[in-house]
Design a protein around this ligand. Structure first.
Ligand code: SF4
Length: 299
C-alpha cells in the first residue's frame, strides 16, 4: 500500500494566526473565547486545560469574563458594539479573509442589492455576516433558492464553501430570478480553494482517501464529500487512533488530506500510522518515520 499526501492540506494561516494570538495571552482565566475557535477537539481540549473559558457557539449572553476573544470566524459589528458597550476588552483574531467577506456583503448592500449568502445557516461566520445586513437570505442547498422580488441580488460565499457548490447555487439563483441582475462576489478563501484543488489532483491517483479533521468541521466534511462524488471511498477521522487496519485491506494507493483546522502534528501522526499499516500488510515491523515536508511520501 502506498500513501500519497495532498500537496496542500491541514491548518490554514487564519487558524494558525489565531492560535498564535492565544499563545501570547498571559492570563487565560480572564478570557472567554466567543464561539468555537476551531472545529478541532484536540485544540479545544488544550485551551480548556490552559484555563480559557469558551462560550457555546450561538450563545447570545454577554460573557462574564472581562476579556473576550473574537475567533477567526469573526462577529458582526452589531455584536462587537454590544460587547464593547458591556465593557468588554476585545482580542480580535478575525481572519482577514472573513473580513473580506463581510466587506463584500456590505458593499453589495450599499449598491442596492439584497444580499444572498451561500453557506451554512447556523455557522458562526454566516451569522456574523448577516447580522449586519437588512433582510439577507442564506442559501445552503438548491432547495433554499426561490424567486425573490428584488431587482438586484448580491451573492457572497461563506469562506469555506466549495467552488462547485457555489457555482451550482449561483446558477440556480440566476435561473429562478431571470428578472434580477445577480452580482457575485467570490469570497471563498484561497486556502480552502488550494486544499480542494490539491485533492482534485490527488483523486485520480488513489483508490481510497483518509481525511483528518474535526467531525463537525465544515470544510473537512466537504473534502470527504468531494471524494465520494468521484467514487473514491473516504475515511473521516480526527486522530490516528481511529484508524482500523481492516479498512485498508486490498487498498493499493491511499491518499491523505486534512481540513483547515487540523494540526500538522496530527496529520503526521496519521501518516505514520498509515505507513505502519502498510508495513504490517507486507508482514514487516513498523519502522518508517514520516518526513515532515507536506509532500507525497510513497512507501
Ligand atoms: S478557512 Fe480561510 S477564511 Fe477561514 S480562517 Fe482559514 S484562511 Fe481564514
Amino acid at each position: 500500500m502506498k500513501i500519497l499526501r495532498a500537496e496542500e492540506l491541514g491548518m490554514c494561516f487564519g487558524v494558525r494566526d489565531a492560535l498564535h494570538v492565544l499563545d501570547q495571552v498571559s492570563d487565560p482565566t480572564a478570557v472567554t473565547i466567543h464561539g468555537e475557535l476551531v472545529h478541532n477537539p484536540e485544540v479545544l481540549r488544550d485551551l480548556d486545560r490552559r484555563g480559557f473559558t469558551r462560550s457555546p457557539e450561538g450563545e447570545r449572553q454577554v460573557p462574564e469574563k472581562p476579556v473576550v476573544l473574537v475567533t477567526a470566524h469573526g462577529i458582526s459589528e452589531r455584536e462587537r458594539t454590544r460587547l464593547e458597550a458591556a465593557g468588554k476588552q476585545l482580542i480580535d483574531t478575525t481572519c482577514p479573509l472573513v473580513q473580506k467577506a463581510h466587506a463584500a456583503a456590505q458593499q453589495l448592500q450599499r449598491q442596492g442589492c439584497r444580499v444572498v449568502v451561500l453557506g451554512k445557516r447556523d455557522h458562526v461566520e454566516v451569522l456574523g455576516i448577516i447580522e449586519d445586513l437588512t433582510d439577507a437570505i442564506v442559501v445552503t442547498t438548491a432547495a433554499n433558492v426561490a424567486t425573490w422580488p428584488d431587482a438586484h441580488l448580491g451573492v457572497v460565499c461563506q469562506t469555506t464553501t466549495q467552488v462547485d457548490v457555489a457555482e451550482q447555487l449561483l446558477a440556480a439563483i440566476r435561473t429562478a430570478n431571470p428578472h434580477a441582475v445577480v452580482h457575485f462576489a467570490d469570497t471563498i478563501c484561497s486556502p480552502t480553494k488550494a486544499r480542494v484543488d490539491a485533492l482534485r489532483a490527488l483523486l485520480p491517483r488513489i483508490d481510497s482517501l483518509v481525511v483528518v479533521g474535526g467531525h463537525n468541521s465544515n470544510n473537512t466534511k466537504q473534502l470527504v464529500a468531494s471524494a465520494a462524488e468521484q467514487g473514491v471511498p473516504a475515511l473521516h477521522i480526527e486522530r490516528a487512533s481511529e484508524l482500523d487496519d481492516q479498512w485498508f485491506d486490498g487498498r493499493a494507493v491511499v491518499g491523505l488530506t486534512a481540513g483547515t483546522s487540523t494540526l500538522a502534528r496530527t496529520i503526521d501522526e496519521v501518516h505514520e500510522a498509515l505507513l505502519a499499516i502498510a508495513q504490517r500488510q507486507r508482514g514487516l515491523p513498523a519502522s518508517t518515520t514520516v518526513r515532515r515536508t507536506g509532500r507525497s511520501q510513497p512507501l
